[in-house]
Design a protein around this ligand. Structure first.
Ligand code: SF4
Length: 479
């Protein structure tokens, strides 16, 4: 099946021509549906469709076929079933982060779409799968003249209060260089264990981004940790991963977050469960990051759930998403970023940036597409403590790319830990000069004191006009 599937992508143009003629002929069969009756026709057609499309495209019969918009590659073969891919974990050789012996379905989709006359459709945002249609025939819809995706009725107009930008949004809009840092919630129910670690960053960052079971490893929930941080005066960013929530749980958490004073949300797809400490778990992936962004934006701007049901009061949110400039390929990365912005992302946080040459190429494309004017782009950075860690990250963390020359610098140093900090500080200073970069996002698992040290030493706070008292406090806390 897989080899025929790859053949179909390579011959996407012929498949497109064949499929468009096929679609034109479908309505001719309408009288037959009348004779058979809809239910019986559905059964017959679904079985025929499964055999034909299953053989040619390895079709998974989602019931809402999008093959003509995805380069003739069925997105339901993506290990995370993304309707809007690729994810950030594509390996350097273009394979899937989850099934590493399989080419990334979404890179195939981009390849196929380049061969098609209507290949530009890959840039369209695909809505989430309607799982109630799974196994049903798309052909029946073509015959009777129903589109796979019925037009969603726009919720009735209501007057929503004018939204005041939340603090982090205001800072991003101010145009000054932004500094955020990541914190991973503890494996403890004592809030002090979280607040003590976050305290090191107080006054040094514009927001604290709270990871959501990062790497598919279980910790205190991002929502609970974000609420604890908000109550303690921090500006938290709540990460919401599609891996662990279906659309019902996701929306419930958004409502809860806003009620608890958490107004920044980062919608992410999440790593596959196989990379974490519960590889036996069932991955959810009901949504992808783009469809979850659209739903959350609808809750905020239209005051309604994805179902269309009205909220009594809507959440006040600043929305973010991730980008990976370092995973193949740049065209897919830019289209993906465009889609995320179109779906509602206002700020973007990237994967770790070590490859500055590749990042500059990515930014040239970002600027060429004018995307830097539509989002606040924060570049992910972090200190490398040793050559061993650098090599481990390169080999084990999907989408991280550390050039040999960076590893060589660590190898040559008498004090690799200090060298890693130096590299990180130099990277911040380099990034500050790149047009379109709004700020940096520091990452380092349970390494907050070192992150604080980097922020202070980089001088980024002086450039921001931060007062000396704040710097003194930061220094004391980092010491
Ligand atoms: S790398 Fe990501 S987008 Fe590509 S097939 Fe795997 S899970 Fe899907």
């Amino acid at each position: 099946m897989k080899s025929i599937r790859h053949w179909s992508v390579r011959h996407a143009r012929s498949m497109e021509l064949f499929y468009s003629s096929f679609c034109k002929l479908m309505p001719l069969h309408r009288p037959g549906i009348g004779l058979l009756g809809r239910k019986r026709a559905e059964r017959c057609l679904a079985s025929l469709e499964q055999t034909a499309k299953g053989t040619i495209f390895d079709c998974q019969m989602c019931g809402q076929c999008v093959l003509s918009s995805t380069g003739m590659a069925c997105p339901m073969n993506c290990a995370k079933q993304l309707r809007n891919g690729p994810c950030g974990g594509v390996t350097a050789d273009g394979n899937c982060e989850v099934n590493q012996d399989m080419p990334c379905v979404w890179l195939e989709a981009f390849d196929g779409s380049k061969r098609m006359a209507g290949g530009g459709a890959i840039a369209r945002i695909q809505p989430p799968v309607d799982f109630s249609k799974r196994g049903s025939s798309t052909w029946l819809g073509l015959i009777v003249g129903e589109t796979a995706e019925p037009e969603k009725a726009a919720p009735a107009a209501i007057s929503l209060p004018v939204r005041e930008p939340a603090p982090f949004e205001r800072i991003c809009r101010s145009g000054r260089f932004i500094v955020t840092a990541e914190i991973s919630p503890p494996d403890s129910v004592n809030p002090k264990d979280l607040l003590r670690r976050a305290g090191v960053l107080r006054g040094l960052v514009d927001a604290v981004n709270v990871t959501d079971n990062a790497g598919a490893n279980c910790h205190m929930s991002s929502l609970a940790a974000s609420a604890l941080l908000a109550a303690d005066g921090f500006v938290p960013v709540f990460q919401s991963a599609c891996r662990d929530r279906n659309r019902i749980a996701m929306q419930a958490d958004i409502m809860g977050a806003a009620a608890l004073g958490v107004h920044n949300v980062l919608c992410i797809t999440g790593d596959g469960v196989g990379s974490g400490d519960h590889p036996q778990a069932k991955p959810v992936f009901d949504l992808d990051s783009i469809s979850s962004l659209e739903i959350v934006r609808g809750m905020r701007d239209q005051g309604a759930y994805a179902s269309g049901r009205r909220l009594i009061s809507q959440p006040d949110l600043f929305l973010g998403a991730t980008a990976n400039p370092f995973a193949p390929n740049i065209e897919a990365r830019i289209v993906n970023l465009e889609k995320k912005i179109a779906a509602g992302a206002q700020f973007i946080q990237t994967q770790f940036c070590f490859d500055l040459e590749l990042f500059e190429k990515f930014m040239a494309e970002v600027r060429a597409h004018g995307l830097d004017h539509h989002c606040h782009l924060l570049v992910g950075i972090g200190p490398l403590p040793s050559v061993r860690t650098a090599r481990w990250l390169n080999g084990n963390v999907p989408g991280v790319r550390i050039p040999e020359k960076v590893i060589h610098r660590l190898e040559q140093s008498q004090d690799p830990k200090r060298e890693g900090i130096k590299i990180c500080i130099e990277t911040i200073q380099f990034l500050r000069e790149i047009t379109g970069v709004a700020g940096v996002h520091l990452m380092g698992h349970k390494n907050e004191p070192v992150l604080a040290e980097i922020i202070i030493e980089s001088g980024v706070l002086y450039g921001n006009g931060t007062n000396n008292e704040l710097l003194r406090c930061g220094n004391e806390m980092a010491a």
